[in-house]
Design a protein around this ligand. Structure first.
Ligand code: CTP
Length: 390
């Protein structure tokens, strides 16, 4: 893996070269990014020598877009030690130096932090609030440990040892889904009125396809059941695509595949109703001013899979709500026997149908809550997969 190790200005920075050395030994490629204060505790020469790469520490000297190229290069960002200052900056969205700028740019990819500070600082409500905020965004914390601190007192605040941090990186690197089969539904459904007309919706399938690819990228075998989409599927790899048209066809495919799957993410925009009758020819105007179509309810695929779900299977649904969003999503999670529900934002510009970006809140049955910023659908998909498979 390509790992960026971020180092901030705490005494535990002297252990960062050891962490870099361990990661290199495990076969990872490492690049270091340090704050100005980190270099009071550990030298540039040491970090460049152990990582065998140039250090990134000056937002301007290294070229103005180094934080973006380093973000594109890195598959994981580990901040060790993470001071109260960097934790507070990220929680508040402050980007005023090389590392904090990189941290804000590093969305949709795993970030691990190893906090280290004095025990009174660690216990401060502001720090605890910031830690909860970062955890809520999916940032993983390793430590701090209890023990003797550099300031001479004993308490919680000591950075986890480099081998513990390396082990945590290793475990988040091997996703639980590797080798598992997952089902994903995507796109709209078309409900036929006659031989040339249908009832449909604006879903593009982009979110579902991105989810299928994110699962395949972490080693899952993916069965993608998709309604009609105009997406070019040639760029999607290691995904078995089942094309369907109507909600009932999607229901048949999903219920057949689900028992062989360890998990399912249902992101399709399924039509809740279909015409009671379908004409096999093109309907003609019948001379009257208006026309009434009788609709009947489609089966609820998500609720059906919730009823079929056995221990060890994970079921994830989506919710699109306009009022009492979180309460309604929570109710849907319980009613349909889900493990997670992904609440789509309709309030934010750039989120939802047709666009390339999205913003979601992931609610877990265990009470967990992760809120994403506005990100590309690919990055949102990686975040959802990371959340529901860890
Ligand atoms: N869904 C499904 N089968 C249906 C309808 C919806 O599998 N017939 C799934 C969607 O793929 C999504 C979730 O149910 O994962 C939520 O869909 P949504 O339209 O928000 O909710 P509904 O359950 O249809 O409830 P309502 O329309 O009353 O809000």
């Amino acid at each position: 893996m390509r790992i960026v190790v971020g180092i901030t200005g705490g005494i535990a920075a002297y252990k960062a070269p050891e962490l870099v050395r361990l990661l290199k030994k495990q076969g990872h490629e490492v690049r270091c990014a340090a704050t100005e204060h980190a270099l009071e505790f550990v030298t540039r020469t040491t970090l460049e020598t152990v990582s065998q790469n140039p250090l990134y520490c000056d937002l301007f000297a290294s070229g103005r877009t180094e934080h973006i190229s380093l973000k594109d290069w890195g598959e994981m960002l580990v901040v060790a030690p993470a001071t109260a200052n960097i934790i507070g900056k990220v929680a508040s969205g402050i980007a005023d130096d090389a590392l904090s700028t990189l941290l804000l740019a590093f969305s949709g990819k795993p970030v691990v932090m190893a906090p280290a500070m004095n025990c009174e600082m660690w216990a401060h409500p502001a720090v605890q609030r910031n830690i909860e905020t970062l955890k809520g965004w999916g940032i993983r914390m390793v430590g701090p440990e209890e023990g003797e601190l550099a300031c001479g007192v004993s308490g919680v605040g000591r950075m986890a040892e480099p081998d513990q941090i390396a082990a945590a990186i290793c475990s988040s690197q091997q996703p639980a889904v590797s080798g598992q089969r997952w089902l994903v539904t995507a796109g709209p459904t078309y409900e036929r009125i006659d031989s040339v007309r249908f009832i449909g919706n604006y879903s593009s399938g982009k979110m579902g396809f991105a989810l299928a690819q994110a699962l395949a990228d972490v080693g899952a075998e993916v069965e993608l059941v998709t309604g009609p989409t105009a997406l070019d599927v040639s760029s999607y790899q290691h995904i078995k695509i089942h094309r369907v048209e109507s909600a009932r066809e999607m229901y048949a495919a999903a219920t057949e595949l689900f028992p062989q799957c360890q998990g399912a993410i249902l992101s399709a925009a399924v039509a809740d109703y279909r015409p009671a009758e379908t004409a096999d020819h093109k309907l003609k105007k019948n001379g009257t001013e208006g026309m009434t179509l009788e609709l009947v309810q489609n089966p609820d695929i998500l609720a059906t899979l919730g009823g079929m779900k056995t221990d060890g299977q994970t079921l994830v649904g989506f919710a699109l709500e306009t009022d009492n969003e979180e309460a309604n999503a929570q109710h849907k999670l319980e009613k349909k026997n889900l493990d997670y529900i992904v609440l789509n934002s309709l309030r934010d510009k750039g989120a939802g149908f047709g666009v390339d970006t999205n913003k979601v809140t992931i609610l877990g049955r265990d009470g967990s809550r992760t809120e994403s910023p506005l990100m590309s659908k690919q990055d949102i998909a990686k975040l959802i997969v990371q959340e529901v498979t860890s």
